[in-house]
Design a protein around this ligand. Sequence first.
Ligand code: NAD
Length: 335
Amino acid sequence: MLKVGWIGCGTHAAEMLLPQLVRLPVRLSALADVDAARLATVADRYGVARRFTDGGELLAAGGLDAVGMAVGPHRHAVFAAEALRRGLAVFVEKPPAPTAREAEEIAALATKAGRPCVVGFMKRYSTANRIAGNLLRAPAFGPAVSLLGEYMTAPGYFAGSYESFLLHHAVHAMDLVPWLLGAPVTGVRARKCELAPGKLLLHVGFEVESGALATVVMGTHQSRGTPMEWWQVMGDHRRVEMRNVHEVRYFRDPAFKSSDPQATLDDLRDTLVWEPNLTAAANEDHKGYCALLAAFVRAATDEASDAPTIADGARAMRVLEAMARSMASGETERP
Ligand SMILES: NC(=O)c1ccc[n+]([C@@H]2O[C@H](COP(=O)([O-])OP(=O)(O)OC[C@H]3O[C@@H](n4cnc5c(N)ncnc54)[C@H](O)[C@@H]3O)[C@@H](O)[C@H]2O)c1
């Protein structure tokens, strides 16, 4: 069994990641947090005896095959680098570092160590996005020519500075847009409108290498009590829509129905819809945390894995920084 240590027992790790990680073939062997109460709560929950009051101490103590962390960008960069130097497989939540340059340094260390460093871009694994990704990559879809998206959040969550909105929220879109379109981003132009301090609206245009066009509306002025996420990718006479990771609609090229008394639904042309049965007593994973961590465990045990890598993380950070430059310049900026 893979012996995994975990750094950071905060909200996200305690509520989302660790409950999914322990479903997998791993032994949670050590935990670290500077907050003694959080450390005790989580370590008691999983019966973990090896407890450390700093991530560096956990790494120095050894005895692990892999380490995961959800601590925040500055410490991600430090602990991921140290773990790779020690030859561990690494799972690092997004953002993997505060800057693209530091993410690139971690990527170089991962290459040198020959160990995986997986980044927490779980949106690739949300059930709806996964279905859409498979539809988009099937030959029948043909080239994707456009993407529209809406990816909002609320002001209170990011009061005071837009830096954390960019690093903690917007970074997901910097990975998802090229992943859905199957091509890297080559240019970003952000138009912005500030409703009031802390309430930002961005209309962001992405140029991608394939020539497809993408526009994503992001901002901090909607309620987190409402659905916040919508994506649509268009090809020729077909498009896929994902709403709030719980609904997929695949539009194709049906005939008009109104003047046809025999009108019916055609398996090959009419719209397909997927929604989960949320009342089924099944351990479903619609946000994708379990699937992402399973991909990490496969990478850590040298099995084939499509897990997002630190190279993907560095690429997303470069796009994010290009977007931040464009917010200031109003021009198209290159990642
Ligand atoms: N992918 C997602 O859906 C998602 C969702 C939420 C958060 N996140 C990411 O997870 C990370 C953590 O977010 P959070 O909301 O859990 O934050 P948090 O502040 O609740 O948790 C961070 C934890 O790290 C601990 N910590 C700080 N310094 C440490 C050190 N030196 N050694 C050990 N532990 C230390 C803190 O005490 C805290 O418990 C962020 O990077 C965030 O962007 C991702």
